[in-house]
Design a protein around this ligand. Structure first.
Ligand SMILES: Cc1ncc(C[n+]2csc(CCOP(=O)(O)OP(=O)(O)O)c2C)c(N)n1
Ligand SMILES: [Mg+2]
Length: 391
């Protein structure tokens, strides 16, 4: 119950309010400009927050609805495949947190880089990865985005600057700062979003990397996805100050409703502009994971079912967009149902296809382990007995 109080769900209104519509026409024109107010104001640390008024279009809102529904469906299907033992090993699902990925992508380009932890399936999809590549990877197939050798925690997409998929809590933060160093060095005018959880936010390496990033004005945005738990530990048990947007001290921060896709878009746009000129910034996304930490966690022993259903009812990111679309007659309820049906089919088709793809060849066991030409010999623990020579 203490955890529920700290989430202060009742203070968050269920839907943002439309403040103006640029064209008086009530048509569903795809490009009609809408200005929508975020669900709650942004809170800034060492910085004036951006405006709550966010520009969007009917087309963008429908795309958000489709894309978040697709992510949700993919994760639900992954849950079933795991229970059917078609996915093995670790598996961390992202349902509930979809607005963070989708809002972020709406604000940046694929030349910008993203790096995240192990809850990475939807980030991969947001970067332009396909459902087939995702399901094939989850099932250890050759057609997977990491050739079936990474599994759930190690999705990558080089073409669109997605640097993974990392299993060591917090370790991706210094890597992300390093990518930003490269971007600045090459004068790319691009930025890196390095994502981590509230649990990772207490790690020492994060502060070391942030210090260097601030010294060198690196174009890096630290995105803390605060889903309020690190495994079974509530944030208030793990962090003396769970105001993660303030934890950069001398680095500016912004607290964002991470269940409001438009707020995420606004914040990421603002942050990108800021870091290109001034160096790092922290964005704390207030979000929630519906599933347990991983497949071995039912997710209901350290939090109440009421808490979970309360978030679903009051803050669900997809329902927010559905209500917005319906209340402004941008589409009908049955059209939205049709989109959801389509999404189910897209997911089912991808799973069926992924199941047909072959497993990696056994020789693949030795590829992509070392940089080519390095580490060609593998020794036993005593370094005396030569076990094998890698290709
Ligand atoms: C260095 C390290 N310590 C511990 C773990 C075990 N571990 C895996 S996930 C996790 C919780 C992290 O929580 P958070 O950062 O809030 O991310 P979330 O799972 O909520 O997305 C822990 C402790 C690990 N993988 N790496
Ligand atoms: Mg967490």
């Amino acid at each position: 119950m203490a955890a529920l109080r700290r989430l202060s769900l009742s203070s968050i209104p269920p839907l943002r309010r439309i403040v103006s519509r640029s064209f008086s026409s009530a048509s569903n024109d795809d490009q009609t400009l809408l200005t929508i107010e975020t669900s709650v104001p942004f809170t800034g640390h060492n910085i004036d927050p951006p405006s709550r008024s966010v520009e969007t279009t009917p087309k963008e809102l429908l795309t958000f609805f489709h894309d978040m529904s697709l992510m949700r469906r993919m994760e639900i299907a992954a849950d079933s495949l795991y229970k059917a033992k078609l996915i093995r090993g670790f598996c961390h699902l992202y349902d509930g947190q979809e607005a963070v990925s989708i809002g972020m992508e709406a604000a940046i380009t694929k030349r910008d880089a993203i790096i995240t932890a192990y809850r990475d399936h939807c980030i991969f999809l947001g970067r332009g990865g396909t459902l087939l590549e995702a399901f094939a990877e989850l099932m250890g197939r050759r057609a997977g985005c990491s050739k079936g050798k990474g599994g759930s925690m190690h999705f990558y997409r080089k073409e669109t600057n997605f640097y993974g998929g990392h299993g060591i809590v917090g370790a991706q933060v210094p890597l992300g700062c390093g990518i930003a160093f490269g971007q600045k060095y090459c004068k790319d005018e691009t930025v890196t979003f390095t994502m981590y959880g509230d649990g990772a936010a207490n790690q020492g390496q994060l502060f070391e990397a942030l210090n260097m990033s601030a010294l060198w004005d690196l174009p890096v945005i630290l995105v803390c996805e605060n889903n309020h738990y690190g495994m079974g530990t509530a944030e208030w048990r793990a962090a003396k100050s769970p105001a993660y947007y303030k934890r950069g001290d001398y680095v500016p921060g912004l607290k964002v409703d991470g269940m409001d896709v438009l707020a995420v878009k606004q914040a990421c746009k603002f942050a990108k502009e800021h870091v290109l000129k001034n160096g790092p910034m922290i964005l704390e996304m207030d979000t929630y994971r519906y599933h347990g930490h991983s497949m071995s966690d039912p997710g209901s022993t350290y939090r109440t079912r009421d808490e979970i259903s309360g978030v679903r009812q009051e803050r669900d990111p997809i329902e927010r967009v559905r209500k917005l679309i319906l209340s402004h007659e941008l589409s009908t309820a049955s059209e939205l149902k049709d989109i959801e049906k389509e999404v189910r089919k897209e997911v089912d088709d991808a799973i069926a296809q992924a199941k047909e793809t072959p497993m990696p060849d056994p020789s693949e066991l030795f590829t992509n382990v070392y940089v080519k030409g390095l580490g060609v010999e593998a020794f036993g623990a005593d370094r005396k007995e030569l076990k094998s020579v890698l290709p």
